[in-house]
Design a protein around this ligand. Structure first.
Ligand code: G3P
Ligand code: CA
Length: 248
């Protein structure tokens, strides 16, 4: 269960290139206890941490991530696009991130971002990475929350890893959110903060579901969401001050 009110979005992504170990270290240094990352599939069936389907924005690579092997991806510079000082940053493997998180006692929200049609393989890669990490750190699974916009990915991961909690990602909170969470056996909903709907949050609160909002980088907005019943916010600023007294 997430007790922290701020989840570091792709690490401390205001201070370092998103979804890199540099961003995760800076989130840890800022006091984050939860970090959200994006899990993607390589051409050779490995799970890596990267947000976009295309390599161009966050690395010096080009084209579809899914068309590249892990070895090819690890030769890329995933930091210079942000600032020259990060030129040594690589695209992390999920296994490396899990090992680091276990050693740092950091909790992770793994957002599963499959290319459409590759849901099962993406989940399989996640499971393999988790099993490898568990061989060294047996408790790492207890530090995880899984999430996805993709209901098929949620169904696959429910079958593969039934004891790890899951959340559904949406943009606006759907009118049938409670029913969808029940059907998907999810513990919560992650929605876009700009599309906030107080009545929908209340309905989820009253049904016992967690509600988290992305991406919030201002204290006033975070406070307003927490006061409305949002349990936690995703922020690019992991030490964003939250002053709302609402306890969820
Ligand atoms: O998991 C919350 C948020 O990260 C979802 O949107 O596009 O930042 O992955 P995005
Ligand atoms: Ca994400």
């Amino acid at each position: 269960m997430i007790t922290s009110k701020v989840i570091a979005h792709r690490g401390a992504s205001r201070l370092a290139p998103e979804n890199t170990l540099a961003a995760f270290r800076k989130a840890r240094d800022a006091g984050a206890s939860w970090i959200e990352v994006d899990v993607a599939l390589t051409a050779d069936g490995q799970a890596v941490i990267f947000h976009d389907e295309q390599l161009n924005r966050c690395s010096n690579g080009h084209g579809w991530l899914l068309n590249h092997t892990l070895a090819e991806l690890q030769r890329l510079d995933a930091g210079s696009w942000f600032a020259a000082e990060f030129h040594n940053e690589q695209i992390p493997t999920l296994e490396a991130l899990l090992l680091w998180a276990a050693e740092q006692s950091i909790n992770l929200n793994l957002e599963i971002k499959p290319v459409i049609g590759r849901e099962a393989e993406t989940v399989d890669a996640l499971v393999i990475a988790l099993q490898a990490a568990q061989a060294r750190h047996n408790h790492i699974a207890s530090q995880l929350l899984l999430s996805s916009f993709n209901p098929l990915a949620l169904a696959h991961v429910r079958a593969a890893l039934p004891t790890i909690p899951r959340a559904l990602l949406t943009e606006a909170i759907p009118a049938d959110a409670v029913l969808r969470l029940q059907q998907l056996d999810c513990e919560g909903l992650h929605f876009c903060a700009e599309l906030v709907d107080q009545a929908a949050i209340l309905a989820l609160n009253n049904s016992g579901f967690s509600v988290r909002a992305y991406t919030v980088n201002h204290t006033a907005a975070a406070d307003a969401l927490i006061a409305m019943g949002v349990n936690a916010i995703f922020s690019d600023i992991p030490d964003l001050a939250i002053t709302s007294a609402h306890i969820t």
